[in-house]
Design a protein around this ligand. Structure first.
Ligand code: OAD
Length: 238
């Protein structure tokens, strides 16, 4: 079955939890043993660049482990995109590459990506697979400039907000998956979509506290394929 509707999906760390990647707020507020201010702010990078480079190098290396792979929820979203006959946009707050590896194409990584570095001078991004440090130089400037992880840190503006907002205004259906709804602007997407007439649905381990028209709660690898089967039928299996 296919689906004639404009759909926007927002995902957060919860969708990748069963792939073995830790969420942000389920570990006493620590992200992989670090307070967010130590590793995810421009001030942290200015104060201790070596720590910040090391932290994201470790997160990038983790993505290469054999056991870190897309789960049934990532795969179900790729199937939903294929079945959707309207406009489809998947917006992820995650910096991992699991949606890409599952086959999602209409995708905005609004908080950046571990597998990209950004030139500190020109702001151009490049794909990287190995480690980054202060000696890694860009190829876009003369003289070459240092680069930083292409991650949107606290206090910085997420990527492609105009495109995201225009998709939210056109959406018939907005689905939020595995996000606690604590970080704006993403936390405001459901309200924006609802104001424009979309039905809003939350798929999460527990209620986030934000307002949705409907919600289904449990592990993403169960709840997401089940919900997507309710939209597009039984024609696919993950
Ligand atoms: P959080 O860690 O705040 O929230 C994760 C959500 O996923 C919570 O609501 C959990 O209940 C839910 N969850 C956990 N395990 C799950 C599972 N197996 N199945 C389904 N849901 C599950 O992560 P985000 O909301 O993504 O920003 O955090 C938003 C942003 O804050 C991140 O992108 C990051 C962070 O600081 C930046 O780094 C800029």
């Amino acid at each position: 079955m296919s689906l004639k509707a404009n759909i926007v999906v927002l995902t957060g760390a919860g969708i990748s939890a069963e792939s073995g990647l830790k969420t942000f707020r389920d570990n006493n507020g620590l992200w992989e043993q670090h307070r967010v201010e130590e590793v995810a702010t421009p001030e942290a990078f200015a104060a201790n660049p070596a720590l910040v480079y090391r932290f994201y190098n470790a997160r990038r290396a983790q993505l290469k482990q054999d056991d870190i792979k897309p789960n049934a929820a990532h795969l179900a979203l790729a199937a939903l995109e294929k079945a959707c006959l309207g406009d489809f946009l998947l917006v992820t707050q995650n910096v991992d590459n699991l949606h890409q590896r599952a086959g999602s194409e209409q995708l905005i990584a609004m908080h950046g990506q571990l597998n990209q570095a950004r030139c500190l001078k020109s702001h151009k991004t490049v794909v990287i697979s190995g480690d980054l440090d202060s000696t890694t130089l860009c190829q876009c400037c003369q003289p070459p400039s240092a680069m930083r992880p292409d991650i949107v840190w606290f206090g910085e503006i997420p990527k492609q907000m105009n495109k995201i907002e225009s998709a939210l205004r056109r959406a018939d259906l907005f689905i939020a998956i595995g996000t606690s709804g604590q970080v704006y602007p993403a936390a405001g997407f459901a309200q924006l979509a609802a104001h424009s007439g979309a039905k809003t649905v939350e798929l999460n381990m527990e209620k986030s506290g934000l307002a949705f028209d409907a919600g289904h709660y449990g592990p993403a690898s169960n709840v997401v394929p089940e919900y997507i089967r309710s939209l597009i039928g039984d024609g696919y299996r993950v």
